[in-house]
Design a protein around this ligand. Structure first.
Ligand code: ATP
Ligand code: MG
Length: 247
């Protein structure tokens, strides 16, 4: 099942999301093409993580549609969405702290039944992240923040996604690990996996993304090619302006 040429891999159309009476998204429209890193920028509480939750089926929008490879996935249970090819690296990584590195990685393949291919992917993952190989029998919880991020990437990749969604993958990491994480995201894309990345740090995200969207109070206020956004004075108003409010 592949997307028709020129149709986006992922599309959000006219999404309105609520938590109880509080509206979080207002007519949200965005898309990710098969060969792209796309970032969603915005200040605190603008609705970024909720966007990821809508894509992954953790929150059902009150209006609008989520399409993956041209098919509606709105409201499907998360495991079905994962099986269709969307992987995730959630906020604050959320690896399983009491499971070993090996167990964490294999959990990523829980929805797959092709044991032989899972074994090969597992080996590939250890090539991609040699640091994990060294710690394969240790508990996830004892890894450093940067190592846990690599483990969360590896676990997400074990589901063989065509799209991987990441919520603030560089948060709380030292500059060295931030660079590693950005390089890894580019490597992931080079393997033909599209990336949808939520970030507060516009400068970092726009260095590796092809396109970006800026979310402010649940509205997309700006979108475009990453290089145009980087040069845009409006991004400072729309994005830095908001994050400086009420702090
Ligand atoms: N489960 C929930 N129930 C009620 N309100 C929620 C829930 N989750 C998030 N919200 C609210 O929805 C709004 C958007 O939250 P969201 O987590 O999507 O923002 P965000 O852009 O990811 O913020 P941050 O940069 O702080 O991570 C916030 O006002 C938040 O308080
Ligand atoms: Mg968030």
């Amino acid at each position: 099942m592949t997307a028709p040429v020129n149709s986006p891999l992922l599309e959000l159309r006219h999404i309105d999301t609520f938590y109880g009476p509080a509206q979080v998204h207002f007519d949200l429209n965005l898309r990710v093409n098969a060969d792209e890193i796309v970032c969603l920028l915005g200040g605190n509480a603008s609705g970024k993580s909720t966007t990821m939750k809508v894509i992954l089926g953790l929150v059902t929008p009150r209006a609008g549609h989520v399409l993956f490879e041209g098919q509606g996935i709105t409201g499907l249970p998360t495991p079905q969405i994962v099986r269709r090819g969307i992987g995730s690296v959630p906020e604050a990584r959320r690896i399983f702290p009491d499971m070993t590195v090996r167990e964490n990685l294999l959990m990523g393949a829980y929805s797959r039944s092709d044991a032989q291919a899972v074994k090969l992917d597992y080996e590939r993952m250890l090539d991609l992240f040699p640091r994990l190989q060294e710690r394969i029998n240790q508990r996830g919880g004892v890894l450093s923040g940067g190592e846990q991020q690599m483990l969360a990437f590896g676990r997400a990749l074990m589901s063989r996604p065509r799209l991987i969604c990441m919520d603030e993958p560089t948060m709380g990491l030292s500059p060295l690990f931030v660079d590693r994480v950005l390089e890894t995201i580019e490597k992931i894309r080079a393997q033909g996996i599209a990336v949808f990345m939520v970030e507060q740090n516009a400068n970092l995200a726009l260095q590796i993304a092809q396109r970006g969207y800026v979310l402010q109070n649940g509205h997309i206020v700006l979108e475009g090619a990453a290089r145009d956004l980087l040069d845009s004075p409006a991004i400072r108003d729309a994005y830095l302006g908001e994050s400086q409010k009420e702090k």
